[in-house]
Design a protein around this ligand. Structure first.
Ligand code: AMP
Ligand code: MG
Length: 342
């Protein structure tokens, strides 16, 4: 299959270009498109056959659920049942934006979208191209991240091309995504809200609106065998070919310098994922940023760069788990081969 790239201005998307892409969704195909978090691979959420194409292109296990993207709050009532008031409070505060809300699914949502679960994850993205695409396709769009399963989520159209070229017909290039890590996922289908995936809508912000929010143990890297709530969470996300060593604690800097010398002596190619200006001599030092917003925006891109440069070991320093830091540390922790306290 020939993969076409359509460049669309994210600030002022041309309606005729959006319609061109929407036509593919309407006729049952899949399209990669930008959102404010990462690039998504979308299809008509109400058509099982279309949704199956997403799983096929990604090589995604069939019990890993997708997020349904909408452009109008009214669609929530069609996709979900027994919606609590707290859900509407969250929608009002954070939509359109990087928050996914898990609710009891209605009959209309095919099981393939929810990975066989009786819940559905719904989000209204803020990115204008994403909004336009959903509106013009005139159906909810099911979409996971537009990467091959096991690779980091794409934050540019180039990343999507690397993974999915030849497997899908259209990639919309809307420039680099603003946020860079996937949406926050909160489950409101049970009595107490539960954070399933941290992101740029923070735990602190959620608690301000809905009160108590539990945190799923897997967010802290606990290995649980019985995660029926969300099979999506049982899959390891990205681990680079390089081994990430995540170093936390007051002496992290010294520890990283020591590990750098040690691994270099062993003849390895060592990279540093740097969050402070750092003059240590590694084979590839990627400064991802000194504040959480910058770090999130550059994190997945840096993972791909380390792999391109055939790095064996990536040394990364931990950051505070406050605010967006929880989401960043969650992604780093999931990708890490080893965690060290120094
Ligand atoms: P991706 O954006 O590629 O990570 O895919 C969507 C993610 O959303 C899944 O991996 C799950 O973590 C989450 N998700 C989707 N649907 C549900 C659901 N019904 N219950 C819990 N989590 C969900
Ligand atoms: Mg993904």
């Amino acid at each position: 299959m020939q993969t076409k790239t359509l460049r669309i201005n994210p600030k002022n998307p041309s309606i005729s270009q959006i319609r061109q892409a929407a036509k593919i969704i309407k006729s049952g195909g899949v399209v990669a498109f930008p959102t404010e978090t990462v690039y998504g691979l979308g299809a008509n959420a109400l058509n099982s056959k279309s949704v199956r194409k997403i799983f096929a292109a990604k090589g995604r296990p069939s019990d890993n659920p997708l997020i349904v993207h909408i452009s109008d709050i009214a669609e929530v009532g069609i996709l979900a049942d027994s919606i609590p008031n707290t859900a509407y409070d969250l929608m009002e505060r954070f939509w359109p934006g990087p928050l996914t809300i898990v609710l009891k699914k209605s009959k209309i949502v095919p099981k393939i979208v929810t990975g066989g679960l009786d819940t559905v994850a719904i989000r209204m993205p803020k990115n204008k191209i994403a909004q336009g695409l959903i509106r013009e396709a005139d159906v909810p769009i099911a979409a996971p991240s537009a990467n091959v399963a096991g690779r980091p989520s794409p934050t540019t159209a180039k990343h999507v091309k690397e993974d999915l070229s030849g497997k899908i017909s259209l990639i919309i290039d809307g420039g680099p995504t603003k946020i860079g890590i996937e949406s926050t996922v909160v489950d409101l289908s049970k009595k107490t809200p539960m954070l399933l995936r941290p992101g740029s809508v923070t735990l602190e912000q959620l608690r301000e609106i809905v009160g108590a929010v539990r945190i799923h143990p897997i967010i802290f890297g606990k290995k649980t065998k019985t995660i029926h709530r969300s099979p999506g969470m049982k899959y390891r996300h990205y681990s680079p070919n390089a081994k990430i060593i995540l170093v936390e604690g007051a002496n992290a800097n010294q520890k990283i310098s020591q590990l750098l010398r040690q691994y270099k002596k062993q003849g390895m190619r060592v990279g540093i994922l740097s969050m402070k200006k750092n003059n240590a001599k590694s084979d590839l030092t990627r400064f991802v940023g000194s504040n959480p917003n910058m770090i999130a925006a550059n994190l997945f891109k840096s993972f791909r760069e380390f792999d391109e440069k055939k790095i064996d070991i990536i040394l990364a320093q931990g950051i505070s788990q406050k605010g967006l830091g929880l989401g960043i540390m969650n992604r780093l922790g999931k990708a890490a081969y080893k965690k060290i306290r120094a």
